[in-house]
Design a protein around this ligand. Structure first.
Ligand code: IVH
Length: 672
């Protein structure tokens, strides 16, 4: 890569982080998870380290936080509010200590004491006291200049307005974290991603009376400018803070040696879920103020402190209950209700336990301390149980054999694997199981199905409980008079709902089939069926089971799908739903896409196993490039694609008919 390209990539990243900062700090809206943000920040800093010609005034190495918002007066911090460097592992801590030893020119026998303080994930604030009076309160802003949020801070009970202690400095700015307790966060109706955003939003209200409505807390941990203070180390300072009337973190500790820092870290990480506030790591500060002074700062962080962060994709918590959820296809999914913990910026309070077998295999019980993992957008799940923490009186979890609807559940026997399914199910009886019926409705209106805006999961629950809907066709005959009398349903929202339902009445056969939520008929199979059946009349004919059997000719449809369709069409109530819907909807027959791709008009067929790609994916690739797939060797066929162990008969027949026989590599080349 040449320098110009490196620079333009770097500037792109700076632009991106600026946008993210703006949304985060000024609108209290994180656009990406914290872990991804940290990664971007690291990429920028690493680039600057590698190429010394890279530098920018908006780089995270130069700024802390973000420019103050226009709502508040800006005031300079007398001493800048710095940020902290991060450590993620024991090695990072060893290196941190090594650098300090080198800087101070110390040898191995020298011992460093650290003040280890759980790092509350809130909003930092600086409180200026003059002669014992709280005079000005500032947000961090960009580290140099903060916003004057004095009046808002004054509404927080933990912040003393006057301090009369004799040894309280003549002038000092006390710094600490404003935050909201998890239990209070849960009570808020606003949709904040995590307690930190809620605290930030509340703290920056234009009207202090709005701030007062949210129970904010304050914990003090450091100071900026100070005049007339005779304290020589951090742990004494923390003690003094509480004597002066500030709250400090009850888990602050004085620790020597990296080894012991690690032991404390593990302990706190396990305790984390029991705390009623969010912590995202532990801050280590060299205890001795004189050493702090000698070490000083690098650009925007002190050399004498570091934040040891908790993992961004896992955490430890306790299972307080196990809920059984019933899905659209009747599967009973156990969900662990856990003490909420922040994993990578998201407050997690549920974790899936997958199924009955998984609970048995891992012997997961209510009351267990467990490790929870949350990677990307995947649903958080339980990785392992900490057996050492299990109480002697803990009882094995007995998986319910009945669905909450009262019906006995079943475990299906898989004829191919000759094993019982891991999943327990409420047998599909159409719409008889309330829970399944509701889930089917939610699926019906979801994005990939009817995509009805304004009819989300919560609305479905509400309409259901009021008896406004039970079957999918009820959606197209809603009692709007009744709805307009409901709380939160003004004329506008009723009109909008009417409009989006009306719009959805014209639907493709493919979407219609998918939306019915037939087990084993997902989007791909719905497409195959609609391609084969062509129009709704043919779909309706499937009520005659002999027509269902014919579907076995479709490449991609097998016994599992056929059996599921048979079961579905066997239920009178399902037939009734389809008939009703087909009357009120405009179901469009299958339309050939007039694609103008590379393979336009070319017909392909596969035989044998492909490498690194499934049949379904290869098919969709060919189709998205304008090609067509057939499942028999006919004259119309242009190419027979052979994979591993092809059917000789098919290859011979193709050759006889002068059809081109190609391998996967040639197909790849055609698709480029
Ligand atoms: S000391 C120069 N101590 O972490 C020292 N910070 O990225 C900087 N934080 O802005 C602050 N708990 O919002 C310090 N015990 C603690 C802390 C703490 C949380 C936050 C604070 C700071 C950020 C550093």
């Amino acid at each position: 890569m040449n320098d110009a390209k490196i620079k333009s990539d770097y500037l792109k990243k700076i632009k991106k982080i600026n946008e993210l900062n703006e949304s985060y700090y000024n609108n209290n809206r994180p656009l990406i998870p914290d872990s991804k943000y940290d990664l971007l920040k690291k990429e920028i800093i690493d680039l600057e380290k590698q190429y010394n010609f890279l530098s920018h005034k908006d780089s995270p190495s130069k700024i802390v936080g973000f420019k103050p918002s226009k709502n508040f007066k800006k005031i300079q911090h007398k001493v800048p509010m710095l940020s902290l460097s991060n450590a993620f592992s024991e090695t990072d801590l060893i290196n941190f200590e090594k650098k300090i030893f080198n800087f101070l020119d110390k040898k191995g026998d020298f011992k460093i004491q650290y003040s280890a303080e759980p790092k509350i994930d809130g909003i930092s604030a600086s409180l200026v006291y003059k002669n014992g009076k709280f005079v000005t309160g500032l947000s961090r802003g960009d580290g140099k200049e903060g916003e004057d949020i004095t009046e808002n801070l004054k509404t927080i009970k933990d912040i003393p307005h006057t301090i009369t202690s004799k040894d309280f400095p003549d002038e000092i700015d006390i710094r600490g974290e404003v935050f909201i307790k998890n239990s209070d966060f849960k009570k808020l109706s606003d949709n904040f991603a995590n307690p930190r955003n809620a605290a930030s939003g509340s703290l920056r209200q234009k009207n202090p009376n709005d701030t007062k409505k949210i129970p904010l807390k304050f914990i003090a941990y450091t100071f900026g400018f100070v005049k007339g203070m005779k304290i020589s180390n951090q742990s004494d300072f923390l003690k003094k803070l509480s004597e002066w009337g500030f709250k400090t973190n009850p888990f602050n500790k004085l620790i020597e040696g990296v080894n012991n820092l690690m032991i404390n870290y593990d302990k706190i990480e396990k305790k984390r879920n029991e705390l009623d506030f969010d912590i995202d790591g532990i801050v280590y500060k060299i205890n001795n103020f004189q050493l702090q002074k000698r070490l000083g700062n690098v650009a925007n962080a002190p050399r004498w402190a570091i934040a040891h962060k908790f993992s961004a994709n896992s955490g430890v918590s306790k299972i307080v209950d196990i809920d059984i959820q019933i899905g659209r296809t009747g599967a009973l999914t156990p969900v662990a209700k856990i003490n909420p913990i922040n994993i990578g910026g998201v407050l997690v309070s549920n974790a899936t336990l997958h199924n009955e077998d998984e609970i048995n295999r891992k012997d997961i019980r209510i009351g267990d301390t467990v490790k929870i993992e949350r990677a990307g957008d995947v649903i958080p799940h339980v990785v392992e149980v900490d057996l050492k923490k299990r109480k002697a009186n803990s009882k094995k979890f007995i998986f319910p054999k009945k669905c909450p609807c009262g019906f006995e559940t079943i475990k299906e026997f898989n004829k191919i694997t000759k094993k019982f399914d891991a999943v327990r199910r409420c047998p599909d009886r159409g719409f008889d199981c309330d829970r399944m019926a509701k889930e089917r409705l939610k699926h019906f209106v979801s994005k990939d199905a009817f995509n009805i805006e304004g009819l989300g999961k919560k609305v479905i629950e509400k309409f259901w409980s009021l008896g406004l809907i039970k079957f999918p066709y009820d959606i197209f005959n809603l009692d709007y008079d009744k709805i307009s009398q409901l709380d939160g349903w003004g004329n506008r929202s009723v009109e909008n709902l009417k409009k989006s339902i009306k719009k959805s009445e014209k639907v493709s056969l493919e979407k219609f089939i998918f939306s019915l939520g037939i087990r084993h008929i997902g989007q791909e199979n719905a497409k195959l069926l609609s391609e084969f059946l062509r129009k709704k009349e043919n779909f309706l004919r499937l009520k005659n089971q002999k027509y269902i059997q014919e579907l076995i000719n479709i490449d991609g449809i097998g016994d599992t799908q056929i059996n599921s369709l048979k079961m579905f069409f066997n239920e009178k109530v399902n037939l009734n739903v389809i008939l009703n819907l087909s009357r009120s909807l405009d179901i469009q027959g299958f339309k050939e896409s007039n694609n103008s791709g590379k393979l336009k008009g070319q017909v392909f067929m596969f035989t044998g196993k492909l490498n690194n790609i499934s049949r379904a994916e290869a098919k969709s690739l060919i189709e998205s490039n304008g090609g067509k797939i057939v499942s028999n060797v006919t004259k119309k066929l242009d190419y027979l694609v052979i994979g591993e162990k092809p059917t000789t008969k098919k290859v011979d027949l193709a050759k006889k008919n002068k059809i081109k026989v190609i391998n996967q590599k040639t197909l790849d080349e055609m698709l480029n």
